[in-house]
Design a protein around this ligand. Structure first.
Ligand code: ADP
Ligand code: MG
Length: 308
């Protein structure tokens, strides 16, 4: 029995949804959803170049306050579209989205921060000014602005590089600049779209640790899209597996990891079981995507799953 291993009584990948648990006097109060998606779908309208495209849905999903939710799915299944709909950057064509009880419409709600895949740092600004750019729409005193930038740089481990320019940093550090730019707004929900896609494997694992740390330190909810099954299995409390386009939630896997975790969970036997389950679900969907680029809607296997 290793002394360092946190006790984990629950079977990881096979955990039942809490909804099916027996009610009991000592049950914890119900966890309220921070973001709710009901019957959400997106069809891109036909244009002169192409016909209409049903890209996503229907999707039902509740994100719980403070959880780490990852999404995996084959390329082109609608992951980014889903994230953009939650962020208010793209309008759903069906269904409704709420953040903290208010409908999400045509703008990023206050309290939501978005980090994209590509390195979006501005090469002509210092690290500090890149991060402060995140506060451009907020009316804060100079002192509060400085404090927030300092704190965000501390969380991503770039305090010593405040005066550097992006070109002087590694790819992983530049992506941390982008994460810090989102953190200064003190988001309660952080949406990340394949933020480590361009990084090598080792850097990705270490960045995963950074994200886990900032998730714990900020208490924010994290919604992470990734194409890497190991990343999802290592980081998340729950992992939504999407079908081929139009993307729906095919399965939601609960990892059962303790909150205080890091990349060393990859050494645990449950880790293999979780990634195996993810791959089992995804293999068929990925083959559909590979086999027929313009695959027909996968009506058979992709029943919408209501996740609460
Ligand atoms: P993923 O992030 O899973 O790779 P996306 O959400 O980017 O997938 O895209 C889902 C599908 O919607 C793809 O087939 C893509 O080509 C299509 N799509 C995305 N954005 C648009 C758009 N603005 N207009 C038309 N089709 C789009
Ligand atoms: Mg994408």
């Amino acid at each position: 029995m290793s002394a360092g291993a946190p006790a984990s009584a629950q079977p990881p990948a096979s955990a039942q949804p809490p909804a099916s648990a027996e009610p009991s006097a000592s049950a914890e109060p119900p966890v309220t959803a921070q973001a709710s998606l009901r019957n959400v779908g997106k069809t891109f309208a036909a244009s002169r170049e192409r016909s209409a495209l049903h890209a996503l849905g229907p999707i039902d999903l509740d994100l719980k306050q403070g959880e780490f939710f990852a999404v995996v799915g084959p390329s082109g299944c609608g992951k980014s579209t889903l994230l953009e709909i939650i962020a208010g950057l793209t309008a759903a064509t069906e269904g409704s989205v709420e953040f903290e009880g208010k409908p999400v419409r045509s703008d990023v709600p206050e309290g939501v921060g978005v980090v994209f895949q590509e390195d979006a740092s501005f090469p002509w600004l210092t690290v500090e000014d890149n991060v402060a750019f995140g506060l451009r729409r907020t009316a804060l005193s100079g002192g509060e602005r400085e404090r927030r930038v300092r704190d965000a740089l501390g969380i991503v481990g770039l305090s010593d590089f405040a005066g550097s320019y992006p070109a002087q940093l590694s790819g992983g550090m530049r992506q941390r600049v982008c994460i810090a730019r989102t953190l200064v707004t003190q988001p309660r929900l952080i949406l990340l779209d394949e933020p480590f896609g361009a990084l090598d494997q080792q850097t990705r694992l270490l960045m995963g640790d950074e994200v886990l740390r900032l998730w714990r330190e900020t208490s924010a909810t994290v919604f992470l899209i990734t194409h890497a099954l190991d990343e999802a299995a290592m980081l998340a409390d729950r992992i939504g597996v999407m079908s081929a386009r139009p993307g729906r939630l095919k399965d939601v896997v609960q990892t059962g990891w303790p909150r205080d975790r890091d990349s060393r969970v990859v050494e645990r036997p449950e880790f293999g079981a979780i990634t195996a389950r993810l791959w089992h679900q995804l293999r068929e969907e990925s083959l559909k995507t590979l086999g027929r680029v313009d695959a027909a809607p996968s009506e058979r296997s992709a029943a919408a799953v209501h996740v609460s």
